[in-house]
Design a protein around this ligand. Structure first.
Ligand SMILES: [Zn+2]
Length: 423
């Protein structure tokens, strides 16, 4: 019998990608979540028949700088062209932004002569609070449909991707900033070095940069593997962030730990040569905590993949028991993270009949990959499910308060992360 031999390069992929920050070859797996469709593309009923493109959701950790990252599989234009996410829909997130605005105006003494620039300003969800206080702003947002909403509510917004080239152009036009901010954008930047270089260029000599991003330490500790998706290219520790800023002539002088997005950091930076702001002990405290968790060596990253598998088994076990017992399960929310969770666990309409979302842009559409339909929230009171699984678990308290009425028919809440918990 003839045997077939395959060329070696088919059996063993040798296409090592370079680290987005330091350029070292990526070989060490952090977690491999298999193949998955883009999580922010919600297909319509017609599009369900056209098939979907799947991309690897394989996350690496760079053994040199410890930046945790995905390879880049899809062009940013394709991801952000008609981005359906509108920040303004979560009450607690808006409150968080308003508080931030008040704190910054006070801490930096911002007024009518100041300038605040936000990169990836979405629908003006945050800058609107600076506008209300009479502080001049500029938003930079790549998704035209989202930027339009911001402009309509009085937040000047430039439709563009951000990088060193745009920053140079803006500075040449006299547009620099006392406060440059980037909330939940750093993870989504394919060319990290070019982006941080742009932030440096845009910042006035005594200006302050603030960056908010989910904290890798909490992602690992709290098992938040569903926050890994194709739109998030990188996952940051304070340790690695400080190195990245330093490489671009910036210095982290303070950091706050925030409860948002399952545990985030807000890092404050200024130019390396600026000594207006004393370096706060918080910076070293967070770095020391990361070192204690082992994030300064490859070994510290190993346990995560095991933990993720255990969560999959536990969630499937709960849903299978519910299904066998004739219980109905509906979802609440259709955040990007729900696509990773449900797709990786192999959960379709056989186990979760439907989900609901407050955003009219998602209603009538389907979750990518699993094709679970997304309805208006009123569907829950119409169908009275036995369990409501809260997919944006970071908003669980807010959602459980809103949906207290499910108790009337004995309904219970299920929160899947960090571990399956029934309320
Ligand atoms: Zn690296």
């Amino acid at each position: 019998m003839a045997t077939m031999t395959l060329p070696a390069d088919i059996l063993q992929p040798t296409d090592t990608k370079p680290c987005r920050f330091c350029g070292d070859g990526l070989q060490q797996t952090f977690v491999d979540l298999g193949m998955s469709p883009l999580c922010e593309t919600y297909p319509s009923a017609v599009e369900l028949n056209r098939g979907e493109t799947y991309y690897p959701l394989h996350v690496y950790v760079c053994t040199k700088c410890f930046l945790v990252q995905l390879g880049e599989y899809e062009s940013p234009e394709s991801i952000f062209n008609d981005y359906p996410y509108f920040s303004s829909y979560s009450d607690s997130w808006l409150k968080h932004c308003e508080n931030y605005c008040g704190a910054m105006v006070e801490r930096l003494g911002l007024g009518q002569k100041s300038r605040v620039v936000e990169v990836a300003s979405n629908d003006g969800y945050l800058l609107q609070y600076f506008v209300q206080r009479g502080v001049p702003v500029l938003g930079i947002e790549p998704a035209a449909n989202v930027a339009k909403v911001a402009i309509e509510k009085g937040v000047p917004t430039l439709v563009s991707f951000f990088g060193a080239q745009l920053a140079r152009k803006l500075v040449a036009e006299g547009e620099s900033a006392d406060l440059v901010l980037g909330n939940n954008v750093l993870a989504q930047v394919p060319d990290l070095n070019d982006f941080v270089e742009g932030l440096k260029i845009l910042l006035r000599p005594k200006g302050v940069l603030t960056l908010e991003f989910p904290h890798l330490l909490r992602l690992i500790e709290r098992n938040e593997f569903d926050t890994i998706y194709h739109e998030h290219f990188s996952y940051f520790s304070m340790l690695t962030t400080a190195r990245i800023l330093e490489a671009h002539g910036l210095c982290a002088f303070d950091v706050e730990e925030l409860p948002t997005h399952g545990g985030s950091l807000r890092v404050y930076a200024h130019h390396s040569e600026d000594n207006t702001h004393a370096i706060q002990p918080n910076v070293q405290r967070v770095i020391a905590e990361e070192e204690r968790a082992g994030l300064d060596s490859v070994d510290g990253y190993h346990r995560f993949a095991r933990q993720v598998r255990q969560t999959k088994f536990a969630l499937l076990s709960f849903l299978l028991t519910a299904a066998r017992g004739g219980k109905s399960v509906a979802g609440y929310g259709a955040p990007g993270k729900s696509a990773t969770l449900l797709h990786y666990c192999g959960i379709g309409t056989d186990l979760i009949e439907y989900t609901v979302d407050r955003s009219p842009h998602k209603q009538g559409r389907f979750l990518p990959g699993t094709h679970i339909p997304i309805h208006h929230p009123s569907r829950i009171s119409e169908t009275k499910p036995d369990y409501v699984i809260i997919l944006p678990w970071n908003l669980k308290d807010e959602i459980m308060t809103q949906l207290q009425f499910i108790r009337e028919w004995g309904g219970r809440f299920v929160v899947p992360i960090p571990e399956v918990t029934i309320y």
